[in-house]
Design a protein around this ligand. Structure first.
Ligand SMILES: Cc1ncc(C[n+]2csc(CCOP(=O)(O)OP(=O)(O)O)c2C)c(N)n1
Ligand SMILES: CC(=O)[C@@H](O)[C@H](O)COP(=O)(O)O
Ligand SMILES: [Mg+2]
Length: 637
């Protein structure tokens, strides 16, 4: 840090940034980096990616006329420095807290966030859409997508480049290449980028002037230059792929050198030349903070930490996480069955497949950020008699939905979907919540759908999924810890489509699907204390539904409550459909489906999110009392 008078205090918006002399930007960037570190040390969040783009963020806002010019951060987890420079510094210590700033990019948060991001690889499509939309209405503005090398592995980025490369629309794509995804990047594209960098040096200032002035004033010259560019690509190894896709390639540039970034961006800003440009910027994830630079994951995602030492305040877990239990259960199954393989889309640590990979390196596949491919890759393996466990967060499986329908469900292939982060996820908020999978899988023929009520049940479901070999299976489990049960070395295979009674009662039946069981049992205790006897059932399966169990609960109780941590259209819809068809609803049963509400729930502590969702014990009690006409309205408050 410099000892000069702080500049960041004078820069609340990019307009003020643009008043600075270029020679001030180095100091400003240093202050911005320190502010980012200090803020994340008290909030936790995604740190490494933001530290890597401090200079890039400064330079882009200095050169371009944001927010009129459109700037899209792919994923958005690197946008904390951008938030600080765009009028949100006063709230930066509310990041990811209830009521505070989002940890991603959000349209409703700022005019400087023109497009919401959080799922990767959408930025080029969105920027191209904005560029075309602006052009068609005669608005001249720069549209800039900043996309990481990891996010560049997803098919959507290539769909967008394929389109952009065939248009004359001006588009700027900045490839932020830090040679990292969450884990080290994998795949041939990553190898291509590394190769191209190892065989070339950073372009010097002299080269930039030449390169960028060749974003030529007329197309003829451009075509003439193309042959030379192609040769340049082959010689340097850099850019050929992008040039083949119709992009003008500039780079590689040292993304921490403001003196190098500025002239390139200034030339691009000035240029009227149509067509897409790709600026290849090389950065270091975690740059400028030694604990991040020296850690394996470059502090991709951290909890609160001590700035001086970098030591994170991780609290000792009370019980193993669902993710950990899944990995343990899968390893146990895989030891007994060498057909079992596991697939992750760039989330080895988040899904527990890093542990599986240590045991079975040849049976673990990280396919990069490529959920669509992951699903169909598993389908292909299933046709050959392998037993793939496609292990994906609920929210990211959304990207592979057509593959789930067309390649798996319709062909009834035995792909096992292990769906992590099901339900609300806390600080990552709306975009990462796994709320929809029960609904989007429940409507598909051939699927077996399960949800464990605790971690022991999860072990049984892993064993059950391994045993089902004639159709697709999915089981969902949440982020966070289990309840601390003793676990066997291996799960047991469950009878398909059969739930279980957890507690017998007479007046109210609560049919639970998933890990709200803890709250259900608390609610049953409370209702029991009021003299209202409860049956508690664990559905285990959404499909096939345990119709005998549902019929019995409906027949023997005055009230039937279903509960699930999923959107409307999920488990309750299946129960209601069955009861309506069977005529049970004609007999005066009071049925109350408890699902997530039909809204997007903002980032917050999980307990608070459950309050917003009305899925805690007191809400279940209130629902039961209301159904019985003995409402305790206050219970819902
Ligand atoms: C569709 C999708 N799959 C997975 C993720 C989880 N994810 C978030 S960031 C990330 C790595 C991105 O790498 P890169 O784009 O290179 O950014 P870096 O963190 O290196 O700056 C992944 C896999 C996601 N956000 N979206
Ligand atoms: C940016 C991103 O998408 C991931 O880093 C995600 O935030 C990870 O979530 P978990 O912390 O639940 O693994
Ligand atoms: Mg990266």
């Amino acid at each position: 840090m410099t000892s000069k008078t702080p500049l960041l205090d004078r820069v609340v918006t990019p307009a003020q940034l643009r008043q600075l002399d270029p020679s001030d930007l180095r100091q400003l960037a240093d202050e911005l980096r320190q502010e980012t570190i200090d803020a994340v040390s008290v909030t936790g969040g995604h740190l490494g990616a933001g530290l890597g783009v401090v200079e890039l963020t400064t330079a882009i806002h200095y050169v371009f006329d944001t927010p009129y010019d459109r700037l899209i951060w792919d994923v958005g987890h690197q946008a904390y420095p951008h938030k600080i420079l765009t009028g949100r510094r006063d709230r930066i210590r509310t990041l990811r807290q209830g009521g505070g700033l989002s940890g991603f990019v959000k349209r409703s948060e700022s005019e400087y966030d023109p497009f919401g991001t959080a799922h990767s690889s959408t930025s080029i499509s969105a920027a191209l859409g904005m560029a075309v939309g602006s052009e068609m209405q005669g608005r001249k503005r720069a549209c800039i997508a900043v996309i990481g090398d990891g996010s560049m592995s997803a098919g959507m980025a290539y769909e967008a480049m394929n389109n952009a490369g065939s248009l004359d629309t001006k588009l700027i794509v900045i490839l932020n290449d830090n040679n990292m995804s969450i884990a080290p990047p994998v795949g041939a594209l990553s190898a291509y980028l590394s190769r191209s960098l190892s065989s070339t040096s950073f372009r010097s200032l002299r080269h930039f002037a030449k390169d960028v002035s060749r974003i030529l004033p007329n197309r003829l010259q451009k075509m003439a230059a193309r042959a030379e560019e192609y040769a340049r690509g082959i010689i340097s190894g850099g850019g050929t792929l992008f040039e083949e896709l119709g992009f003008y390639y500039v780079g590689p540039i040292d993304g921490h050198n403001i003196d190098h970034l500025l002239p390139v961006l200034q030339n691009l800003a000035k240029s009227d030349e149509p067509g897409p440009v790709l600026v290849h910027v090389v950065t270091q994830k975690g740059k400028g903070y030694a604990p991040a630079e020296n850690s394996a994951d470059r502090y991709h995602g951290v909890v609160k930490f001590d700035v001086a030492t970098g030591v994170q305040q991780k609290s000792a877990p009370k019980a193993p996480s669902y993710t950990g239990v899944y990995a343990k259960a899968l390893i146990a199954e895989a030891k007994a069955d060498d057909k079992i393989v596991a697939v992750t889309a760039a989330m080895p640590s988040g899904t527990g497949l890093d542990a599986f990979g240590k045991e079975f390196p040849d049976r673990t596949f990280d396919v990069a950020i490529a959920e669509q491919h992951a699903v169909t890759f598993c389908a292909g393996m299933a046709t050959e008699g392998m037993k793939p466990f496609c292990t994906i967060y609920s929210t990211f499986l959304q990207r592979g939905y057509d593959q789930v329908v067309h390649d798996v469900a319709i062909q009834s292939l035995p792909v096992r979907f292990a769906i992590d982060r099901a339900g609300l996820v806390g600080a990552d908020g709306q975009t990462h919540a796994g709320n929809y999978d029960i609904a989007y899988l429940g409507c598909l023929p051939n699927f077996v759908l399960m949800a464990p009520s605790d971690e022991l049940e999860l072990m049984h479901m892993v064993a059950t999924a391994a045993a089902i070999d004639d159709r697709p299976v999915a089981f969902r489990y949440p982020r966070g810890e289990g309840i601390g049960l003793d676990l066997p070395t291996r799960g047991e295979v469950l009878p398909i489509g059969k739930g279980r009674i957890v507690r017998e009662g007479t007046k109210i039946a609560i049919l639970n699907y998933g890990t709200r069981m803890v709250e259900v049992l608390k609610a049953a205790d409370e209702l029991g204390a009021k003299g209202l006897s409860c049956t508690v059932a664990d559905a285990r399966f959404c499909k096939p539904l345990d119709e005998d169990l549902v019929k019995r609960l409906a027949r023997e109780h005055e009230v039937l409550i279903t509960i699930e941590e999923g959107a409307i259209g999920g488990f309750a819809a299946h129960v209601l459909q069955f009861l309506a068809k069977s005529g049970a609803l004609d007999k005066g049963l009071k049925i109350r489906p408890m699902t997530l509400p039909d809204t997007c729930i903002d980032h917050d502590a999980p307990q608070k999110q459950y309050d917003v969702a009305c899925l805690n014990a007191r809400h279940i009690v209130s629902e039961a009392l209301t159904a019985l006409g003995v409402a305790e309205a206050s219970a819902r408050a």
